[in-house]
Design a protein around this ligand. Structure first.
Ligand SMILES: Cc1ncc(COP(=O)(O)O)c(C=O)c1O
Length: 357
């Protein structure tokens, strides 16, 4: 590897976070959500690190489940969007994928699948997010209409729209409606993502779906007070250093202008690696363990950093874009987005290196 740009995946941090979060659920099990290549961390890496811990994994689509099986991951895999094509039902049956079914067409595909090939099915309930799922009142008639489809009683799955916001009463409305359905049907349920596990204890249930907090980013809008550890450190190195004089500009479109004699370090990472182009000048960047700030536009393969206030770095010196020295949430705020997007957009050009200590 010539370029020093990489995403270091800290296995110990992942295990720590999983243990911390799953211990919050005393009567139920927690699965790691590893869709979108485990939020950019590498789904196979994460599944291997959590093997023996996470009793199953959740992905969005069948293709993601196939990649895990091909890599030798044997536990059940929950497919959160269910099948997109009829033939995926038989694949799921053969491979022990659990399909979360959210609409009638998927039930019809399952009905035409031969009974010996039918997968386990969970049912998605739209308790207020209005993105996917059956309305609460549709579930009891569906259960009797399609009773032959269910090898086991289906788990009812729902998703809270605002779980990261502890002040939003909509959470209680969704929970009331959904828990009434649970009581009416007597079925096992899955409600909580990681913000809900942390912030809404009444949402913890038989199956909990741990995503962003597992990766060490903040699950709530306010500090959740948990000792979560960042799993990804996005690293690069300085490749060039120069001084600029007052009035000089740096980068595309001259958006940054020196107000004092300044030292600029060029770092080998850009938006093609997933570093957000939206980050404005001033976004923190850690150079040699010290906070400096982005100066000028993010280029495709490089960024430029004002290092005037720290000891002058030299080519080869280490840079962290986010990770153990700089929370990804802080960079996300600067970019006007959320940690989920930054992590999951780290591109395939960036090697993931798993570190066990
Ligand atoms: C249905 C569903 N469950 C669970 C999760 C995990 O959520 P989080 O990353 O907020 O913990 C997601 C993530 O988008 C999801 O779509």
């Amino acid at each position: 590897m010539s370029r020093q740009t990489r995403a270091v995946i800290h296995a110990d941090a992942l295990l720590h976070n999983f243990d911390l979060l799953s211990a919050m659920v005393t009567e139920g099990q927690s699965m790691a959500v590893i869709k979108a290549d485990a939020y950019g961390h590498g789904a196979i890496n994460v599944a291997r690190i959590l093997s023996g811990r996470s009793p199953s994994f959740a992905v969005a689509i069948v293709e993601e489940a196939i990649l895990l099986r091909d890599a030798g991951i044997t536990v059940p895999i929950v497919v959160l969007e269910g099948p997109h094509q009829d033939y995926e039902c038989a694949v799921a049956g053969q491979q022990n994928y659990i399909l979360v079914v959210h609409q009638r067409q998927q039930l019809q595909w399952l009905a035409s699948c031969s009974p010996d090939q039918r997968p386990t099915v969970w049912l998605k309930v739209d308790s207020g997010m209005h993105r996917l799922g059956f309305q609460c009142h549709e579930i009891p008639p569906l259960l009797s209409e399609y009773k032959d489809l269910f090898r086991d009683p289906p788990v009812l799955v729902t998703h809270l729209a605002c779980a990261d916001d502890l002040d939003n009463p909509f959470n209680l409305q969704q929970l009331d409606d959904f828990l009434a359905l649970r009581d009416q049907t007597g079925l096992a349920v899955s409600i909580a993502n990681s913000p809900a596990v942390v912030g809404w204890p009444q949402s913890r249930a038989q199956w909990n779906r741990l995503g962003i907090a597992l990766y060490g980013a903040q699950p709530l809008q306010n500090d959740c007070g948990l000792s979560l550890q960042p799993v990804m450190s996005l690293q690069s190195s300085v490749i060039s250093v120069r001084t600029v004089k007052v009035g000089d500009t740096v980068g595309y479109s001259q958006t940054w202008q020196a107000k004092r004699p300044s030292v600029i370090a060029t770092v080998a990472i850009g938006y093609a690696d997933g570093y957000p182009r939206h980050c404005p000048s001033g976004t923190p960047v850690v150079v040699n363990g010290q906070k400096a700030s982005l100066a000028g536009r993010v280029s495709m393969d490089m960024i430029t950093v004002d290092v005037t206030d720290i000891p002058i770095p030299k080519p080869g010196d280490p840079v962290e874009l986010w990770g153990q020295q700089l929370p990804v949430d802080e960079v996300a705020r600067c970019a006007g987005t959320i940690s989920y997007e930054l992590l999951s957009r780290v591109s395939s050009r960036v090697p993931r290196l798993v570190r066990y200590v």
